[in-house]
Ligand binder design. Structure first.
Ligand code: PLP
Length: 368
């Protein structure tokens, strides 16, 4: 395995940031010169956009930002929402719930429909009723809820969004894009949000989002001008200048990451994620662990969330795994100490790699 990882942790299994392959690391290892190269940067940017459009199945424009996923999440909210606007936040976990809270801080009238953190969005008649009665300007949801290890039926919400002519469907697909099918246009998504450090296997700090024509119209109407504003990106790229200092290295790495996925073939990449997820789950069950998600039908192919065994403390489990060179993901908020996660996304969606990690996990649990 040519992957260079920290000597101390031979097997990173965190659900992002994931291990970065040498081909992606190396494209950042040289200087790209001065701002005079803006035109070349735009070429790189446009080419990255094209690749992301293929991976996300969209013809919509993609904005690529220098910043972590949260930058994209805030950008889409701040650029389209005004105080008093109605937002229906469909929540099945920390991010789904959190996005609703973010809209609330912007002064929006937010209705949070919470389905439970170990569940997926279901009871579509209730969702439909909420949409019909509440008539939100935006519906928000998460595609792959990373802390919960679950996946949501974006297509079903897209159908309702179209039926009731809701202006905006906002989908956080940060831990789905590149590892689980995302059909931005078919699913009627207006903002589909992603980040570099999950299934794309690039370093953190490149965020990206697809923006529909309807979303651009609303962005123009709202006219938000703060740091996270999306509006400057629309004309800028068309006129071949970039609104901020371009982050050449990060963009080049994101570009390379997309190329690697497209070279392998998107459907093969997605099948690899499915296969590894199935294996990971099966091994976990065989060693007596419990899956956190309430049913098999809603498991994310990019991350497996497991209950910390009843007689173990998360801290002890984490320490024991680290001592063996494996680092998995803990959790946050109400899931902290109770649920841990194995990230098999991007480079880590690798059967051999996961097998090694699961062998070590099995040994640690037996010993405990
Ligand atoms: N949304 C989801 C579903 C995530 O898993 C994460 C990160 O874990 C984010 C958003 C935020 O991304 P970032 O940490 O890059 O800001």
């Amino acid at each position: 395995n040519k992957m260079q990882v920290m000597e101390k942790y031979r097997i990173p299994m965190v659900p992002g940031p994931v291990a970065v392959p040498p081909e992606i690391l190396e494209v950042a290892a040289f200087n790209y010169g001065s701002p005079d190269l803006e035109d070349e940067y735009i070429t790189l940017y446009k080419s990255t956009e094209k690749a992301l459009q293929k991976i996300m199945h969209t013809r919509h424009k993609i904005v690529i930002q220098t910043g972590e996923g949260m930058l994209a999440l805030w950008s889409a909210l701040k650029s389209t929402l005004l105080p008093g606007d109605k937002v229906l936040a469909l929540s099945t976990g920390l991010f789904g719930y959190g996005i609703g809270m973010m809209a609330e801080t912007l002064g929006c009238e937010v209705k949070i429909m919470d389905f439970g953190f170990n569940e997926s969005i279901r009871e579509f008649e209730l969702v439909e009723k909420a949409i019909r009665e509440f008539r939100p300007k935006m519906i928000t949801m998460v595609h792959s809820e990373t802390p919960s290890g679950t996946i949501n039926p974006v297509d079903q919400i897209g159908i309702l969004k179209e039926k009731y002519e809701i202006p905006l469907l906002y989908v956080d697909a940060v831990s789905g894009i590149g590892g689980s099918l995302v059909k931005t246009d078919d699913w009627h998504i207006d903002f589909c949000l992603g980040a570099s450090q999950k299934c794309l296997s690039a370093p953190a700090n490149m965020a990206f989002l697809s923006v529909s024509e309807k979303a651009w119209e609303i962005i123009e109407e709202v006219g938000y001008v703060g740091y996270e504003a999306l509006q400057p990106f629309r004309e800028a790229v068309k006129k071949r200048y970039f609104p901020y200092t371009p982050y050449w290295q990060g963009t080049a790495q994101l570009h390379k990451a997309c190329q690697l996925i497209l070279e392998e073939g998107l459907s093969k990449v997605l099948a690899r994620h499915e296969k590894v997820a199935r294996y990971c789950r099966q091994r976990a069950l065989e060693m007596g662990l419990e899956l956190f998600p309430a049913s098999d039908a809603i498991l994310s192919p990019t991350v497996t969330a497991l209950n910390v065994p009843p007689r173990m403390k998360w801290k002890k489990l984490d320490e024991a795994l680290r001592a063996e060179g494996v680092v998995v993901g803990g959790n946050y908020g109400t899931l902290a100490g109770k649920v841990f996660r194995i990230g098999h996304m991007g480079t880590q969606a690798n059967l051999e790699w996961v097998a090694q990690a699961m062998d070590i996990l099995e040994g640690v649990i037996k010993k405990a």
